[in-house]
Design a protein around this ligand. Structure first.
Ligand code: NDP
Length: 277
């Protein structure tokens, strides 16, 4: 048969680590297949997605700025994608376009890696964008009850909790210390702290001394927030854990088998990131 084809669609997309990760997994597994990056401008996204079946492309991972557009174009949705209203994996196989959200799997994997598999106290979620939506969905489905959201736009935070049907306390950044009081889990789902973005200024001292700090940002790999966590004896998980954690089920869905377990994909991606700086 034909070579299985898949890819990642974004704009811009040149810096995506997904092609390297997926290709490394394909090569290590000995499976046939190609996974490439598609830079698709927003005005062309719908046409590109409609062409997937005709091109014989199994599906696409979707990154900024297309996750909501992909949701709107999918004919069917997984429960997670429907709850979040965003799609990071479009599957074109089977005659219909299925929208999934494996960012949720990535967040679960990151929390599991930090030994935070179940609620253990208050959780603080920084942010109210798409990534925060996926995080709040995970906290909800894992039974977290005391969730505090810190965001610049409180209206956006309010829309987030209403859409997901959860109860959460909403705080502006000036009240972040209040939100952090006794927190066992702190998640950064804002773009603050990312290279080229403003720094994330947050004093972790009100959080539990053994709190897990999870930063979704992965450029740099150790953000100022994660450095603070390390220097104050708190535990940390970085954005690469989430990125790898969303790619595993994506690979499975696109190529029909789980990625090989033994490939040191974190080390491969870390080396790529270091080579860029
Ligand atoms: P969105 O644009 O949807 O949300 C951005 C968030 O950051 C909002 O909460 C926004 O606040 C906040 N923010 C941005 N700029 C500022 C600022 N100057 N001051 C205060 N708050 C600010 O982005 P996403 O949710 O898609 O992504 C968020 C982060 O998560 C990014 O860094 C992204 O790279 C990362 N991410 C990582 C993944 C991984 O696999 N590791 C996967 C997906 C995302 P407001 O609502 O007030 O505008």
């Amino acid at each position: 048969g034909l070579l299985p084809l898949a890819g990642v669609a974004g704009h811009p997309v040149a810096h995506s680590l997904s092609p390297a990760m997926m290709t490394a997994w394909l090569e290590a597994s000995g499976r046939p297949g190609r996974y490439v990056a598609f830079d698709i401008a927003p005005e062309n996204f719908a046409a590109a997605v409609k062409a997937l079946p005709a091109l014989g492309i199994a599906g696409l991972n979707i990154t900024l700025p297309h996750k909501e557009a992909a949701f709107a174009l999918a004919a069917e949705h997984t429960e997670a994608a429907r709850a979040i209203g965003a799609v990071n994996l479009l599957l074109a196989s089977g005659g219909t376009l299925l929208g999934d959200n494996t960012d949720v799997d990535g967040i679960r994997a990151a929390l599991d890696e930090g030994a935070m598999t179940r609620p253990q106290g208050p959780a603080v979620l920084l942010g109210a964008g798409g990534a925060a939506r996926a995080a709040l969905y995970v906290l909800k489905t894992r039974g977290w009850r005391d969730v505090r959201i810190v965001n610049r736009s409180l209206a956006r935070a309010r829309a987030l909790v209403e859409d997901l049907g959860v109860e959460a306390a909403l705080h502006p950044w000036e009240k972040a210390a209040e939100a952090l009081d006794g927190a066992v889990l702190v998640i950064n789902a804002t773009s603050l702290g990312m290279a080229g973005k403003p720094p994330l200024l947050l004093d972790l001292s009100a959080a539990a001394t053994d709190a897990l700090v999870f930063d979704m940002v992965y450029v740099p790999l150790e953000t100022a927030l994660l450095r603070q966590a390390r220097e104050t004896g708190r535990r940390s998980v970085d954005g690469l854990s989430m990125l790898i954690g969303q790619a595993r089920p994506s690979f499975q869905a696109l190529f029909g088998a789980p990625p090989p377990q033994d490939l040191p994909v974190r080390e491969i991606l870390t080396a790529m990131l270091e080579a860029r700086t």
